[in-house]
Design a binder for this molecule. Structure first.
Ligand SMILES: Nc1nc2c(ncn2[C@@H]2O[C@H](COP(=O)(O)OP(=O)(O)OP(=O)(O)O)[C@@H](O)[C@H]2O)c(=O)[nH]1
Ligand SMILES: [Zn+2]
Length: 203
């Protein structure tokens, strides 16, 4: 029987995520192809470790990240200026090489009638980041989710990240960073608001 994402809910006798034979065998095949012996002692448990690690890297598939925005509060004390969470570290994996993407995000919104608990912005980011991604889509998904569920006057998301597929292989260019942004509502339409939010973010 083919493995399915639901296998991640099953646990073994040690209480750890149960790893289907098919998944462990795929990792053994990769080790063999890379040039090592999957049967040697140091690698014997590696297929299970790798499989469980991937359940963590990809845990965003098990949730709808926008659900974190379902609990909102009435605007606090008439606050009607920018709310910004910046320097939010995140980890993702690129969909082309399944290599790490490590970076930070700045997420801002201009409240409409409701505000959200600030941790929820980071939860939305992690929910989309813990999947196979390209940075452009990650940026757009976070911004769209806030726009659709919080109905703010504006949303601005800026992500800076290092892609291991560029730094550790391929073009082998350490230190290079990719920057992406998505501006919506006021931040897209009004030059002054856009400059203000970028300045608060430190750009
Ligand atoms: N736009 C974009 N490109 C990405 C992202 N992550 C990885 N890539 C790029 O995806 C591209 C895949 O190109 P391919 O030519 O199909 O793959 P490849 O032969 O492994 O390419 P090289 O990385 O140049 O060796 C590469 O240029 C990567 O740098 C991302 O988040 N956004
Ligand atoms: Zn890549």
């Amino acid at each position: 029987m083919a493995c399915s994402p639901d296998d991640g809910d099953l646990v073994d006798a040690e209480g750890k995520v149960a790893v289907p034979d098919e998944v462990a065998e795929a990792v053994r095949t990769l080790i063999r192809w890379a040039g090592d012996d999957p049967a040697r002692e140091g690698l014997a448990d590696t297929p299970r470790r790798v499989a469980r690690a991937w359940k963590e890297y990809a845990r965003g598939y098990a949730e709808d990240p926008c659900i974190h925005l379902s609990r909102t509060f009435e605007e606090v004390g008439g606050y009607d200026e920018i709310v910004l969470l910046k320097d939010i570290p995140f980890q993702s994996h690129c969909e082309h090489h399944m290599a790490p993407i490590i970076g930070k995000a700045a997420i801002a919104y201009l409240p409409g009638d409701r505000v959200v608990g600030i941790s929820k912005l980071a939860r939305v980011l992690h929910g989309f980041a813990r999947r196979l991604q390209v940075q452009e889509r990650l940026t757009a998904e976070v911004a769209d989710c806030i726009w659709e569920h919080l109905h703010p006057k504006g949303v601005a998301v800026v992500i800076e990240a290092s892609h291991a597929c560029m730094t550790a292989r391929g073009v082998n260019t350490p230190g290079v960073m990719m920057t992406t942004s998505r501006m919506m509502g006021t931040f897209r339409e009004d030059e002054r608001s856009r400059k203000e939010v970028l300045a608060l973010m430190g750009y």
